[in-house]
Design a protein around this ligand. Structure first.
Ligand code: FE2
Ligand code: FE2
Length: 261
């Protein structure tokens, strides 16, 4: 069995690229279900109901991260959407779910856990290691496929999470940095791992934003408006193959594909 995981979708261009490329990627790599990180879908900052509806027919689960509440309406809207997760290690007072069991006609049940890192990330979060340990105790033993989106900045924190969960989950996939890393591998015990899946955003950009503005900000230290680039969109993703009976990952493949947008 295979699933597709798409890196942080940035802006309208990123959503359009998902609509253009995901159906063919799902066919090509035979993926009955698809998870996408959508924390930058609304003009690069957070997400809202319109964005979720926009890509809902194309993805089965939308994970998020530190930008989850950037759009003020979303704390009220999140409850309408079963497929959206927010980081599990945020305050229990925040709306939404941090993990959930999903059912897919092609692959049966699978659990997805969304976690946020604590190093070099704006918002405070509880310890992701303790949080995931508790969640794994709660997941019924019949669920064999468990996928973790670890949305974090520090490569060390992500690598440590991969080794912490090796043999316990099907995949630990890093998001947030918008740059795909070259370390996709299968850890002992059958856990697929990559430090960062990358993004679905403009190929010529700095993490999806206007190159000139970001360069200017770094050169001068002056505030600049970082416009989201909505053309020349590249979709970064991962395909994980796993054993349906045991949940063990057998292969991980990285993908980067240009859209026509
Ligand atoms: Fe992020
Ligand atoms: Fe992001």
């Amino acid at each position: 069995m295979n699933f597709l995981f798409i890196g942080d979708i940035v802006g309208r261009g990123g959503r359009q690229a998902v609509k253009e490329l995901v159906p063919e990627l799902r066919r090509e790599f035979n993926c009955p279900f698809c998870i996408a990180n959508g924390e930058n879908m609304a003009s690069g900052s957070g997400l809202n109901a319109k964005c979720v509806k926009d890509i809902s027919d194309y993805v089965d689960v939308i994970t998020t991260g530190d930008h989850i509440w950037d759009q003020k309406t979303f704390e009220h809207e999140i409850k309408q959407f079963d497929k959206v997760l927010r980081p599990a290690n945020l305050s229990d007072k925040q709306p939404g779910n941090g993990w959930k069991i999903f059912r897919n006609p092609g692959s049966g049940e699978f659990a997805v856990i969304n976690l946020q890192g604590t190093i070099f990330v704006r918002e405070s979060a509880y310890c992701p290691f303790e949080t995931v340990e508790k969640i794994l105790e709660e997941i019924p033993s019949r669920i064999k496929c468990i996928i973790v989106d670890f949305h974090a900045e520090a490569t060390s924190e992500k690598a440590a999470m991969g080794y912490f969960l090796e043999g316990k989950v099907t995949a630990v996939l890093g998001t947030h940095t918008h740059v795909q890393t070259a370390d996709a591998k299968i850890l002992p015990g059958g856990t697929a791992y990559i430090t960062d899946v990358g993004m679905t955003g403009a190929e010529r950009s700095v993490l999806g934003r206007d190159v000139n503005a970001v360069v200017e900000k770094f050169r001068t230290g002056l505030p600049r408006r970082f416009t989201v680039i909505e053309t020349g969109i590249r979709l970064d993703a991962i395909v994980v193959s796993y054993n349906l009976t045991t949940g063990e990952a057998t292969a991980i493949k990285n993908i980067s594909r240009m859209s026509s947008i």
